[in-house]
Write a new protein. Structure first.
Length: 246
């Protein structure tokens, strides 16, 4: 790789190494079985509700912090790339160059205040190449989600835990099977209702957990580790593209 892109790629490489650390931390927490499913009477005496109950430690706050740091480093790798491309075009230590990512195409191409202005110091060819990436929602949703989460991490928690209802299994005992009513929405907390089932049925729930981003246009509700790996792969792909293109 060309010397001027090594810093950008190093930021991605660091992120990839930290994703593995974070993955081990998340898996360790899940394997501790912090939640269990219990059957409790419903207000309607004819039914029971199966709820999630916290029996261990809640999701460690450090997981949210580490995910935010990884997102920021991947986003920064693209800014380092943009600065390197500006310097190739003759700019000396530019402080007004950033990799442009916008909310939509109009916010990207607007000649007055649009994100595209952030790369005016780049060569015509490099600017055209970045335009082809369509770094905005509806264009490249991976880049847009990376950018949005990098903003949100400063103001709110990005990470939450949820049961994977498709992988969770409700075992019913008796001669007939009854279709349960699924009650679960999104956020999992102590006492979150999962299913409603007839009180006549005996049931046992096997609940599997996943740690997910609470908001991302790219692959909504996908596990944190999968999303972070996609972010890192996309950033590395773009850096390699300019290693070969410019």
């Amino acid at each position: 790789m060309r010397d001027d892109l090594l810093g950008a790629q190093a930021a991605v490489d660091w992120s990839v190494s930290q994703i593995e650390v974070l993955s081990d931390r998340i898996n360790g927490w899940i394997q501790s079985s912090p939640y269990t499913a219990v059957t409790e009477p419903d207000g309607d005496s004819g039914y029971d509700i199966i709820k999630a109950r916290l029996v261990g430690e809640p999701l460690p706050l450090v997981i949210n912090a580490e995910a935010g740091a990884i997102i920021n480093m991947i986003r920064s790798s693209l800014d380092l790339l943009a600065v390197a491309l500006a310097e190739r075009n003759g700019a000396i230590g530019p402080k007004d160059v950033y990799f442009p990512i916008a909310d939509d195409v109009l916010s990207f191409i607007d000649p007055k205040g649009g994100a595209i202005e952030k790369i005016y110091r780049l060569s015509t060819a490099d600017r055209a190449q970045i335009k082809k990436l369509k770094p905005y929602e509806g264009g490249d949703n991976i880049l847009f989600s990376l950018h949005r989460l990098d903003i949100l991490r400063k103001h709110q928690r990005l990470v939450g835990v949820s049961p994977s209802m498709r992988e969770g299994t409700l075992y019913q005992f008796g001669e007939t099977y009854e279709v349960p009513e699924i009650l679960y929405g999104h956020a999992l907390e102590d006492g979150t209702p999962l299913w409603r089932i007839s009180a006549r049925k005996k049931a046992h729930a096997d609940m599997r957990l996943a740690v997910r981003f609470t908001e991302t246009p790219f692959g909504a509700r996908r596990p944190v580790i999968n999303v972070l790996k996609a972010f890192a792969a996309r950033a590395s792909e773009i850096i390699r593209m300019f290693n070969e293109f410019s």
